[in-house]
Structures are given as C-alpha cells and as structure tokens.
Design a protein around this ligand. Structure first.
Ligand code: GLC
Length: 747
C-alpha cells in the first residue's frame, strides 16, 4: 500500500481520535451539567437562580430575613454577593457543602475599579485611552479579588452616557460607542484573564443591559425611550464588544426601555442577547429589579414579576426573592415550562463547572495566597502608573506646570488635600481587615515628591459643601507666603455613583469663591478638580492658572498627582465625555447630527439650531486634553481616494513632538459620511492611536479604513455602508482637527 495513502489514513484516524476526545471533553462539561441537573428537585433548581446579599454590606435596599443558613443547607441559594474574604467565603461554602447535592455557591462583588489596590474610577481610567493600562488594571483587580475568595465581579459597566447629571457616569467609559467598546473588551479580558477557571480569573458581568445611561433627565433608574436604531448604533455596541471578548455573564438594568422594564424585556435578553448574539452565559437581574417591575406598573405582583423575568431571559434573581417565592407555583400552574427553568439552571451550573468549583469548592480559599495578593507592591506600582495616565491637563497658562521640585514654598489648600478615603471614589470594596490608610493622600504625595529645600504650607480653606467662609483668611495668609498655590477642590466621593444624580453639577459649596479670593494674592493657582463626572466650573476654567482633572484616582492618588504636577509624568489623558458650559446644554455630545439649520458658531443665531442665550459648544470637548509638550501633525496621506466596499484605504500621518518634554499623544481619527439614508453625525471616532514621542521625535502612524468603519444601521436595522463621499479628520480632539481629507465609497 503506497506510503502516502497510509499516512493519509493515519492522520485521519488521529484527527478522529483527537476530535472525538475534544468533542468528548466539550461534551463532558455539558454532560456534567446535565448529570447534576437530572438529580435536582424543582426546589433545588430554583435555588440556583436565587442570589442573596450577605449580611456584610449592602449595595441596595436590603430585605431583612433570616434562615439564610437553612436555605443554603437546603440548596435554595445559588450565589451570595457582598461576601468577601477567604475566611467569610469559606464559611459560607462550608454551609453549601452540607446541602444534598453539594452544589457550590458563587460569590460576586462589585470589583469595579480595584479590590484592595484601588484604581481610578472607570471614567477616569477611560480618559487614559490606554487599553493596555485599562486591561492591566482589571487584571490586578481580578488577581486580588479571586485571591480573596471571589469568583465574579459585577463589572465592567459599559453604559454609554451623555448626561453628567447621572451619577453613574463615573462607572463607565463616557459618551462614545467606539471608545466604549474597546474599553469594555479590555476590561472583560482583564477580569477573565486567559481562561475562566484560572486561579486569578473572575467572571465578568457586563452591565447594565441596556441603555441605562440614557435615563430621562439624568435621574437614576428613570425611563429610557429611544429608537431601536439609536439603541443598536449607540448603546448596544459596548455590550456586543464585551460579549465578543468572552464575557461570562450579563446584568440587566433597572430602567424601562420603550415602556418595557429591561428585566422583563425579551427583545433585549432573548431576541438580541441569547438569540442574535448567541450568548451562552447567564443573566443576573440587578438588585431587586424583578420585584421592581411591580413599581414600574408592568406586572401586578411578585408572581407575575417572576413569570415576566424568567420568560424574558433573566436567569438569576438578585435579592428580590420572587423566583424563590413564585417559580415553583408558576411551573405547577403550567405558566412556566420546566424547560425554561432548566435552561437558566444549566447556564448557572455551566459557569460553576467552568470555574472548577465542582472539582474544588474551596479553590479560591487560600489565606496565604490572599495575603500575598493583597500586599503586592507591583499592584501598587501599576495603580500609580494608571492613575497618572488618567489625569487630564485642562489648562496650563504660562506653562506654570510642571512645577520644580525645588519650588521654595508651596501652599497646598482645599478640603481634599488631606482627604484619604475620598480618593477611592464610589464603588470601592470594604475589604475585611484593610483600612483606607493604605491610600496615599494628595498631601502625602506632595511630601513624598518635593525636595528638602521646599516647604509645603497647608490650609483647608473651606468644606466641600456649605457656605462657611471662615477658613478663607487663613488660606489667603498661607497663599501669600507661597510661590505657587495648589488648590484641591471638587465633590465628595459619594456625590457620584449609584443614586447620585445631581440637577446642579457645579463645584459645590464656596470652593470657587475660595479660588476667587486666592487669586487676589497674585500667586499662580493650580487647581485639582476631584470628581466622578464632568462638572460645570466656568469661573475656575476662565481664571485658574492651571487645571488638572484628577477624578478619583484610588490608592496611589497622591503619588500620581505629584508625578504629574512635577513633571515625572507628562499628562496625556483625553476627555471621554463632553464637558458642558451649563446644565442647560445637556445632553451634549460631539457626534451629533447636523440638522436642517446647523449652528456652526455662536455668532449667527438667526433661524438656526443655536441657543439664544448660551453657546452650543462644550467647555471642553470629547477627546480634549493638553500636554506639557506640543505635537504637530503633518503629511496626511491616503492610499486611495475611491474604494469599493471590498477594499480599504491605508491612511498615514506624521506626528512630531516639537516641545521640550517627552510625551504621549492620542491621535484621533474621525469620519463624516456626508450623505446617508439615515442622517449621519458631523463626525464619529473611528480609530485612535496613543503614541509616545521623545522631545524632537517624529513618527508616522497608519490607520486602515474599511467597510466596517463606514457602516451604520439603516432604517431596517441592517448594518450597511452606503456609497458616497466621506470626510476624514485627524486631530488631537474632536474639535482640534489638525488635518483633513476626503474619499469616496463607489459601490
Ligand atoms: C446595584 C447596582 C449594580 C450592582 C448591584 C450589586 O444596585 O445597580 O450595578 O452590581 O446592585 O451591588
């Protein structure tokens, strides 16, 4: 028999054996799930769909009931949230091991921007436009959280938002679907690592599905009403990006969408998520959102709420107890098929198998590992780097920054100078036995930085809120003795976050009055603005000498701020959201339609889409952020000026660092489709590159324009690219366009 033929037969046999074993291996997970499912009573199945808050801390309105232990022993609980630490999770898991089938509990927690080592709030991290840094931040968070007994984080939050009155803007990645999608994927990859089941991986939970950030009036939990086209084009992309990145779970949202609460919305959870997108993980409701459908007026009672939610694809019930109370009756009443229950239970059991919890329910419970992970200096170093990358330089008059480390006398003034825990922002985790002293305050950061010949004077000046100006005199005296004033002002950390919407988004209290007084001393005043949202601060913007937007930067806040103030880090961050001049402009975002009577400046206000009493432009635009150096853009070249749908254009542009500091520049590429069957935005971010250039260095960078970047959802919700002319813009922000060109899509 010819050798070649024998080789072919051999390789085919090998393929069959290997594929059969892989198929068998794959099949074994599904088989294992079914082997457990077939042993379960209906009560035990419903138990897997039931999640309670631990008694440790609450992140929602708590229901006081006892007998959690008894319910867990009877297999009536599938997961606990807000239960952290090896000791505590082990104790609960031991209870679960006393149940008939010993199905392990899942432990979930909002590890949103760090666990013990806290990173900048997500909106601040988004300002870095540094996907590697963002992924690394989530990786550190997962390493610490998993070492501390957690299997699952309720993150990333990927809600697009264009309304800074909404307190939860701090949790997301801002207003843009392109940037938001890349960041969503980076965070999922960071949390889940290379493989679910690895010891340092936790399940991601993409939230809040969907369109929660478009709440009317920026009021949390409020209604959302939008066209399916807007939903698909603007609000869904980051969810799809997260799913494509392998997200294990989703969380639905509190809001109603076009009149149907997301928790009971089959279009979202069945048609889109589990249908069109083929999602195989499970959906957890948001805290109590199943029961809240009664408040929405979408269902009559808990029985109907459970029916609506389970039918619509909400698999696990966080804290509402409606599944526990009603699902069994719904099955016996033949309102819900056992097949629907089994599908939800399979999804939950599959994740527990993937995490390896059936093999070893205590695999994440190791005190030594926890101790090492929570005290890893490398995590702290990474946090400092990510924090410095998140700081946005909004203004730098007379190049007052960076300061010299030998500045003789610095007056460090303001209510946030010596704050410690404030620097964590909202959604920090209360880690047992870990106090907030491991956070570097802004005061400490400066002390760590300046030379021995420098003196730092301090005055609080005023509180964050209130009208007490009695501290002004001392602050002015301190300022008069200094060479430069640094004023640290802003919100309290709990003025953004869940249920933290504000109708007035100015800097609270008399903090800007304090700035006014300090400026009378004639000293340069560098203002640090600490907050979780875009604020309105026109006086500060127009009169401060320099401004750093420092968000809430986490554990290494003080050191990161000092690194930027004194030039050890050249700021490179860019705003991920438009900053309004006034609340009256909201919603305000860069990728708006042109309208039939476009307002193109603040001069001509006759019969066009302008305000008669206010600018139409933001105070600071999407993509804006300064550097200590300057970047010049030149040589924009397109490989083609006409392309077919199957072709692409290579775009190159040269960036030069013409200043005296090395630095990073975020080169942004925007497109405008001049004519479309659906009107197209005046510009849309379609690519960006963050590049490092030494002083005097130039680099030529490339972008690729293909059909994907030219497409949009048409009236029929098809993703299409339509022939026609496109404008191409490259710049340092959505309004600082440095170079332009155009091209045609010919068919
Ligand atoms: C909260 C939040 C959600 C969080 C959950 C658990 O209400 O809406 O983002 O993950 O409850 O804390």
């Amino acid at each position: 028999m010819p050798r070649k033929f024998l080789q072919l037969v051999g390789s085919c046999l090998l393929f069959l054996i290997v594929s059969n074993s892989i198929f068998a291996q794959k099949k074994s997970l599904a088989q294992k799930v079914d082997s457990v499912l077939h042993l379960m009573t209906l009560d035990e199945k419903i138990g897997q769909l039931n999640q309670y808050n631990d008694d440790h801390v609450a992140t929602g309105p708590i229901t006081l009931d006892n007998d959690k232990i008894g319910q867990i022993k009877r297999g009536q609980v599938g997961s606990l949230l807000n239960c952290v630490g090896v000791a505590r999770t082990r104790s609960w898991q031991k209870v679960a091991m006393q149940s008939r089938l010993k199905i392990p509990l899942l432990f979930g927690q909002d590890v949103v921007h760090g666990y013990k080592t806290t990173f900048p709030i997500p909106l601040g991290e988004a300002a870095s436009w540094d996907l590697e840094a963002i992924q690394q931040s989530a990786r550190v968070a997962a390493t610490e959280a998993s070492a501390s007994g957690l299997h699952w984080t309720f993150a990333p939050m990927v809600d697009i938002s264009r309304d800074p009155r909404w307190g939860r803007v701090m949790e997301g990645a801002g207003e843009d679907p392109y940037l938001g999608s890349l960041i969503a994927a980076a965070r999922v990859k960071g949390f889940q690592g290379n493989h679910l089941g690895d010891l340092n991986a936790v399940m991601a939970c993409v939230k809040h599905f969907a369109a929660y950030g478009a709440a009317v009036g920026g009021r949390d939990y409020n209604s959302v009403d939008m066209s399916d086209r807007m939903l698909w084009e603007t609000y869904l992309p980051p969810f799809k990006a997260a799913l494509d990145a392998g997200a294990a779970t989703f969380m639905n949202s509190f809001n109603d969408l076009n009149g149907v609460p997301a928790t009971g919305n089959a279009y979202l959870q069945r048609t889109i998520l589990k249908g069109k997108w083929g999602f195989k993980g499970f959906v957890v409701s948001d805290w109590g959102s199943i029961g809240e459908m009664i408040n929405h007026g979408n269902v009559k009672d808990g029985y109907e709420a459970a029916l609506s939610a389970i039918t619509a694809g909400s698999d696990m019930d966080m804290e509402s107890r409606n599944y526990k109370n009603s699902l069994a009756k719904l099955v016996t009443d033949k309102k819900v098929s056992i097949a629907i229950i089994d599908d939800a239970v399979r999804r939950v059991l599959l994740k527990k198998f993937e995490l390896g919890l059936f093999d070893d329910p205590f695999k994440y419970c190791n005190e030594e590992r926890e101790k090492a992970a929570l005290n890893n200096p490398e995590h702290v170093r990474i946090a400092r780097t990510v924090a410095a990358k998140s700081i946005v330089l909004l203004k730098n008059e007379n190049n007052v920054l960076p300061l010299s480390k030998n500045t003789k006398t610095i007056a460090f003034i303001g209510p946030l100078v010596k704050a410690v825990k404030q620097n964590k922002g909202f959604w920090d985790v209360e880690v047992p036995g870990v106090d907030s002293e491991h956070i570097v305050s802004q005061w400490q950061g400066l002390q760590n930085k300046v030379g021995a010949t420098s003196t730092i004077l301090y005055a609080k000046g005023c509180e964050i809120e209130g009208d007490d100006k009695s501290g002004f005199a001392e602050a002015i005296e301190v300022a008069k003795q200094s060479d430069v004033v640094i004023l640290s002002i802003g919100e309290r950390r709990d003025m953004t976050g869940e249920a933290k919407s504000r109708a007035n988004i100015g800097i609270p209290g008399v903090q800007e009055d304090l700035l006014k007084e300090l400026l009378t001393t004639g000293k340069p005043v560098v203002v640090l603005i600490n907050t979780g949202r875009p604020l309105v601060f026109n006086y500060t913007a127009d009169h401060a000498t320099a401004i750093l937007y420092t968000w809430w930067l986490g554990s290494e806040a003080g050191n990161a701020i000092a690194d930027v103030l004194f030039g050890d880090v050249n700021p490179s961050a860019k705003l991920p959201m438009s900053f309004p001049v006034s609340v009256g402009q909201i919603p305000i975002y860069y990728s708006h339609f042109n309208t039939g009577r476009p307002a193109t400046d603040d001069k001509n206000r006759i019969y066009n889409s302008s305000y008669n009493d206010l600018s139409i432009f933001p105070k600071y635009e999407f993509g804006y952020g300064k550097s200590y150096t300057n970047f010049e853009y030149s040589k924009l070249l397109l490989s083609k000026k006409k392309i077919k749908q199957t072709e692409s254009i290579e775009v190159s542009v040269t960036i030069s660092n013409t200043g005296k500091y090395d630095g990073d520049e975020v080169v942004q590429l925007y497109l405008r489709d001049r004519v479309g069957s659906i009107v197209r935005p005046v510009e849309e971010l379609k690519d960006f590159k963050k590049i490092f250039l030494k002083s005097g260095e130039s680099k030529t960078i490339q972008f690729k324009i293909d059909k994907q970047k030219l497409s949009f959802y048409n009236q029929q919700l098809n993703w299409v690219a339509e022939p026609g002319d496109f404008d191409l813009m490259v710049g340092s922000s959505s309004r600082d366009i440095r170079l332009k060109d155009s091209f045609e899509l010919i068919q």
